[in-house]
Design a binder for this molecule. Structure first.
Ligand code: NAP
Length: 282
């Protein structure tokens, strides 16, 4: 397993984290799957009050040294009022059966509660030692700036956003560069585009071709492409153990700069292909 610094927090996280949204109802299987990841070096697990998977994470991490793990969870916007944030955090601590959360994230920006009010509560939780870092999720550049400006004592550690070889919006919007310049870690959710990457046949073919020289599959190359970028931590979800093994093995792949360039260009290339095929079928 390879580790890298999480933004400017000084924390060393495994290049790959474990996503726990939509992991299905087989609790024993889910617990075993997370344990397998931890036994193989993953120290970063992401959940959220909204996923209902905090108790699954609690069961999975039971028995491990808590300080070896980095547990991230999220508060849902319905709970962004000051007192509701405090309550939601206490509830998450209970469900996670832990004394502290390593990264507490605002799941989505709120349309109603001013960010200053929410961040006041987040900073209070930091002061109380209930959370160790503050993160945001699904925040644009402007919303991230606003969140940064609303903090009095602490800094934003990370922004969790959708990012994959087929979903590159954060590059176009400038969010990727903004986070990198400000050393805000990017947690890449849906790094396999929620499985949709496998329907992009041409991209998968080309990824497999490049992957052959690394002994890697297309999905491993797609994850490695994220891990080989500055400051980015993908959190794939895998309920299937073969997938989990494959994803963990991808952390060892060091992609050569010339292959990174080819992979960087793929989305635009296949976007053009899909336009061309639409025109030719007209
Ligand atoms: N902050 C937010 O708003 C937000 C939003 C969405 C997601 N997330 C987080 O991001 C995590 C991951 O995103 P996601 O679940 O949307 O999608 P994802 O990780 O991009 O894709 C998951 C899908 O890919 C399959 N898969 C995983 N590894 C594979 C492999 N090696 N080969 C082939 N298929 C593979 C999984 O199948 P199996 O399950 O059968 O293994 C599943 O169908 C979530 O669990 C959640 O923690 C956060």
């Amino acid at each position: 397993m390879n580790f890298k610094e999480f933004g400017k927090t000084g924390e060393k996280l495994s290049n790959l984290g474990i996503g726990t949204w939509d992991i299905g109802n087989n609790i024993n299987e889910n617990v075993e799957s997370i344990k397998f990841a931890v036994d193989n070096g993953v120290n970063f697990i992401d959940t959220a009050e909204m996923y209902g998977t905090e108790p699954v994470v609690a069961r999975a991490i039971n028995g491990y040294n808590r300080s070896d793990l980095f547990i991230a969870t999220k508060v849902w916007p319905d709970h962004f009022d000051h007192d509701a944030v405090i309550k939601a955090c206490n509830d998450s601590l209970k469900k996670l059966e832990t004394d502290y959360i390593d990264l507490y994230q605002l799941h989505w920006p709120s349309k109603t509660v001013p960010i200053g009010e929410t961040m006041k509560a987040m900073e209070k939780l930091m002061d109380q030692g209930k959370i160790r870092h503050i993160g945001i999720s699904n925040f644009s550049v402007d919303q991230t700036k606003e969140a940064m400006e609303s903090m009095n004592k602490y800094e934003i550690a990370s922004n969790q956003v959708e990012y994959s070889m087929v979903t590159r919006d954060i590059e176009r919007s400038g969010l990727y560069d903004f986070c990198r310049n400000n050393k805000i870690a990017v947690i890449a959710y849906s790094p396999l585009s929620h499985g949709k990457i496998f329907s992009k046949k041409k991209m998968i073919e080309e990824l497999s071709k490049i992957g052959a020289s690394y002994g890697a599959t297309a999905s491993q190359m797609a994850l490695a492409w994220l891990m080989n970028r500055d400051n980015v931590f993908p959190i794939p979800k895998a309920t299937n153990k073969t997938h989990m093994k494959e994803n963990i093995a991808s952390t060892e792949i060091r992609i050569k700069p010339e292959d990174m360039k080819k992979m960087d260009a793929m989305e635009a290339k296949y976007y053009e292909d899909s336009i061309a095929s639409r025109h030719s079928s007209n």
